[in-house]
Design a protein around this ligand. Structure first.
Ligand code: HAM
Length: 411
C-alpha cells in the first residue's frame, strides 16, 4: 500500500468541516474590513522566494520543495503566500493604476520541515495583504482584524506580541553589533545558534534553548537602533492598539523567520499548542516591492496556520448537524420513492436513504443514527393514497400529508 507522504495528511469529515468554517469566517470578517480574495498558483519560480523570503532563511535554504520542470526551469511549491501575492500585484500593474489593494487568500503551503505537533510539510494558511498604505493605524487595524478572526472561531488564551524591526539600514547596524556580541560568547551558544551566527544572527535571538536565552539576556536591543521615524511609528502603532482595546506584549526578541519585514512585526500565540505556539503572524514589508521590481509601495500582512487554528477552535461551531429527512421505503414502493426523492431535491431538501432498503426497523435505526430531524415513510398504503407519512423524530408524532405539505413543513 502506498501511504500519504510524511508531514502530510488526508482531510475529511470534521477536518474538512473545520477547514470550510475557518475559510467562511475569514471571508466574513475580512470582507467587512474591505478585503477581496485572490487566488495565485502553488508553483512559482524559485527565484521569487529566494529574493523575497530570503536566500539565507531556513524556509528557503533548507525547506523548499524545489525542482526542475520539464523546461528545465527551477520552480518551487510556495512555502508561504506573501511572495506570490506581491508578484501578482506587480504583474497586474496595480501600483500604476490602483495602488491601494486589500487581498486575502487561503490554501496549501509546503515546507520540508521535521514534522511535529502543529508543524507539517503540507499545511494551510489564511492570509491577508494590504498594498499602498503606510500608517500606524493600519498596522493596529490589521492586528485587530487578526484578533477578531480568531475570536470568531471561539479561540481563547491568546497573546499578541509585537516588535519593530525598524528600517533595513538600522537593522544592518544592529546585526553587526549583535554579531560582535555573539562572537564574544560563541563557545557558550547552542549548535543551532552557532550556525545562525554566520547566516542569520537575528534568528538566534528567539532560540528556544535555555542556555542561549541566558546568553542573550544582555544582548543589544533592536529598539535602541531604530531611527526617530521608526520609533515614532512604533509608538503610534501601540497607541492605536490601545485605542482599539487590543492587549499586547512587547517582545524585543521577536524577529520573524522571513527576511522581507521592516518596522512592525507581530505574532499571536496560544498557550495551548506547546512548542509551535504561533497561530497567526505577520508584519510590514515596505521594501519588498522595491527589491523585486523597483516599485516604492508599502505593504503589510499576516498569515494564520489553519491546522493550528483547527486544534484550538471551538468544536461546537462545526458540529455535524445532520438534519433534513430520512426516507423509509420498500422494494414495492421504490418507484414512488424515486419520484418523491426528485421532488424533495427540487425543493432543496436534503434526503438520506438506503439504496437497498432493508426492514422498517433497520431503516429507522439508521435514521436515528444520523440524527435525522424527520422521517418520511413511503409504504404501500401511502403509495395508494398518494400521500406520505411524516414522523418528527424529536417528538415521535406522525401523520399523513401530501408531499407539498411535507415540503412546506420541512422547509
Ligand atoms: P510564517 O510565520 O512563516 O509567516 O507563517 C504564518 C503561520 O503559518 C505560522 O504562524 C503558523 O501558524 C503557520 N505555519 C507556518 N509553518 C507551518 C508548518 N510547517 N506547519 C503548520 N503551520 C505552519 C508567513 O508565512 C508570512 N507569509 C506571513 C505574512 C503575510 N507576513 C506578511 N504577510
Amino acid at each position: 500500500m502506498i501511504s500519504v507522504l510524511k508531514g502530510m495528511k488526508d482531510r475529511h469529515s470534521d477536518d474538512v468541516r473545520k477547514y470550510d468554517f475557518i475559510v467562511d469566517t475569514a471571508k466574513k470578517v475580512f470582507s467587512k474590513y474591505g478585503f477581496e480574495r485572490i487566488i495565485t498558483p502553488i508553483l512559482e519560480e524559485t527565484e521569487l522566494f529566494r529574493r523575497s523570503v530570503g536566500d539565507e532563511t531556513d524556509v528557503v535554504s533548507k525547506e523548499m520543495y524545489e525542482f526542475k520542470d520539464k523546461g528545465n526551469r527551477s520552480v518551487s511549491m510556495r512555502p508561504e503566500g506573501t511572495a506570490g501575492v506581491v508578484r501578482a500585484y506587480l504583474e497586474a500593474g496595480l501600483h500604476k493604476s490602483d495602488p491601494i489593494v486589500k487581498w486575502f487568500y487561503n490554501g496549501p503551503m509546503y515546507r520540508y520541515e521535521a514534522p511535529q505537533k502543529g508543524r507539517y510539510r503540507e499545511f494551510h494558511q489564511v492570509g491577508a495583504e494590504i498594498f499602498g498604505i503606510r500608517s500606524p493605524y493600519l498596522d493596529a487595524e490589521i492586528i485587530r482584524m487578526g484578533c477578531e478572526f480568531l475570536e470568531k472561531l471561539g479561540i481563547t488564551g491568546l497573546t499578541v506580541e509585537i516588535n519593530s524591526l525598524g528600517n533595513i539600514e538600522s537593522r544592518k547596524k544592529y546585526i553587526e553589533d549583535l554579531k560582535a556580541f555573539m562572537a564574544e560568547r560563541l563557545d557558550k551558544l547552542s549548535e543551532d545558534s552557532k550556525k545562525r551566527y554566520e547566516k542569520n544572527p537575528l534568528r538566534a535571538l528567539d532560540s528556544k534553548d535555555k542556555g542561549d536565552q541566558e546568553q542573550f539576556k544582555d544582548a543589544p536591543k533592536l529598539y535602541d537602533y531604530l531611527d526617530e521615524e521608526s520609533k515614532k511609528y512604533f509608538e503610534d502603532t501601540k497607541k492605536y492598539l490601545e485605542l482599539l482595546n487590543i492587549k499586547y506584549v512587547e517582545n524585543s526578541k521577536l524577529v520573524r523567520g522571513l527576511d522581507y519585514y521592516s518596522d512592525t512585526v507581530f505574532e499571536i500565540k496560544s498557550d495551548k499548542l506547546g512548542a509551535q505556539a504561533t497561530v497567526l503572524a505577520g508584519g510590514r514589508y515596505d521594501r519588498l516591492l522595491e527589491i523585486l521590481d523597483n516599485v516604492k509601495i508599502p505593504a503589510i500582512g499576516f498569515a494564520a496556520g489553519m491546522e493550528r487554528i483547527a486544534m484550538l477552535m471551538d468544536e461546537k461551531l462545526v458540529e455535524n448537524k445532520e438534519n433534513g429527512v430520512y426516507v423509509v421505503y420498500f422494494d414495492d414502493t421504490k418507484e414512488y420513492f424515486i419520484k418523491t426523492l426528485e421532488e424533495l431535491r427540487k425543493n432543496d431538501i436534503k434526503a438520506s436513504f438506503d439504496y437497498n432498503p432493508k426492514s422498517f426497523g433497520a431503516q429507522m435505526k439508521k435514521a436515528n443514527k444520523i440524527n435525522a430531524e424527520y422521517v418520511l415513510i413511503l409504504g404501500e398504503d401511502e403509495q395508494k393514497e398518494n400521500v406520505v407519512t411524516l414522523k418528527k423524530f424529536s417528538t415521535g408524532e406522525q401523520e399523513k400529508y401530501s408531499l407539498d405539505e411535507v415540503i412546506e413543513i420541512v422547509k
